[in-house]
Design a protein around this ligand. Structure first.
Ligand code: BTN
Length: 259
C-alpha cells in the first residue's frame, strides 16, 4: 500500500478539536518526536502542539529502551502545560485515549498493561512515553509520546514479531492512518478537558488494566519484585501483594505477566 500522508493539512482538515493538533509540526523522518517536542516546549509552543513523523530513526521507549517506528506506524508527541496535580493522570489519559481510538477506528478491543502499554490479544500495539520537566511545584511542560502500530507487517520485524502486533495485522487489512490520528487527538483532548475540569478517569483506567489479579514480575529501577498485582492507586502506582503477604506500592516501573 502507498502510505497515506500525515501532513499537517490532511490532519487538520476535519479535525474535531479546539486545541490539540491545531498546530502540527510534521517530519518525514526524525530521530525522536519526543526530543523535538521537548525543544518546542522549551521555546513556548502552544499547548496541544503535535510533533508527528512518518518514521523515527532513534525512537525512544520507556526505561531507556529503543522504540521501532518504521513507515506505516504512527509516532507522535503532544505538548501540554498541565497543573502539577494532573501529571499522574496523563498516563491514564494517554492509554485510555489509545484504547478508545482503537475501538472507534478498528472496532477492536484493547487492554492496558500497567502502567500504559496498550495490548490487543495479549500483544503490544502501542507504547507511550511521557516526559515532563518539573521545577518545585511547577510543571514547565509534559510531552506525551505515542507510538501506535497501525499498518505494520510484524513478519518484517522478527525481533518483536512474537510480542507485538498492529491494527492491520489484527484486522487483516490496512487502514488510513489519518483517521486514527484525528481520532486519537480528539480523544486526548476530551480526556484532558475532563481532568482540567476536576473530573476523574482513574476508575475507567483501572477497569481496563489487564494486569490486575494476575501474578506478575515487576521491575522498579534495579529492583525486581514478584507477587499478585492487587490494585492501583489513583496516583497511578501499582499495589503488589508479595508472597509473604506484604503489600508494596510501585510508583514507576514495568511488569511482566506470569501466565
Ligand atoms: C514504550 O513502550 O517503551 C514507549 C514507547 C514510546 C514510543 C513513542 S513514538 C513517539 C514518541 N517518540 C519517541 O521517541 N518515543 C515516543
Amino acid at each position: 500500500m502507498t502510505e497515506d500522508t500525515l501532513s499537517p493539512a490532511s490532519i487538520t482538515n476535519g479535525l474535531e478539536t479546539r486545541f490539540i493538533g491545531q498546530n502540527i509540526i510534521y517530519y518525514q523522518s526524525v530521530t525522536s518526536t519526543n526530543d523535538i517536542a521537548k525543544l518546542e516546549a522549551q521555546r513556548g509552543a502552544t499547548e496541544g502542539t503535535i510533533i508527528i513523523a512518518d518514521e523515527q530513526t532513534a525512537g525512544k521507549g520507556r526505561i531507556k529502551r529503543v522504540w521501532l517506528s518504521p513507515k506505516g506506524t504512527i509516532a507522535l508527541s503532544a505538548i501540554f502545560y498541565p497543573h502539577i496535580t494532573l501529571l499522574p493522570s496523563l498516563i491514564m489519559m494517554a492509554s485510555l485515549a489509545v484504547v478508545h481510538t482503537i475501538t472507534a477506528t478498528a472496532n477492536l478491543t484493547a487492554q492496558i498493561k500497567w502502567p500504559n502499554d496498550v495490548l490487543i490479544n495479549g500483544k503490544k500495539v502501542c507504547g507511550i512515553l511521557i516526559e515532563s520537566d518539573v521545577k518545585g511545584s511547577n510543571t514547565n511542560y509534559a510531552v506525551i509520546g505515542i507510538g501506535l502500530n497501525v499498518n505494520l507487517k510484524l513478519a518484517d520485524l522478527p525481533e518483536i514479531a512474537l510480542t507485538a502486533t498492529s491494527l492491520s495485522q489484527e484486522m487483516g487489512k490496512v487502514i488510513p492512518r489519518i483517521y486514527v490520528v484525528q481520532r486519537l487527538l480528539a480523544e486526548l483532548e476530551r480526556l484532558y478537558l475532563i481532568l482540567q475540569s476536576g473530573g476523574s478517569i482513574y476508575e475507567e483506567w483501572r477497569d481496563r488494566l489487564v494486569t490486575l489479579g494476575k501474578e506478575v514480575k515487576a521491575t522498579a529501577g534495579d529492583v525486581k519484585y514478584e507477587g499478585t498485582a492487587e490494585s492501583v492507586d489513583p496516583d497511578g502506582s501499582l499495589l503488589l501483594r508479595q508472597p509473604g503477604g506484604k503489600l508494596i506500592k510501585i510508583i514507576a516501573g514495568d511488569v511482566t505477566l506470569r501466565e
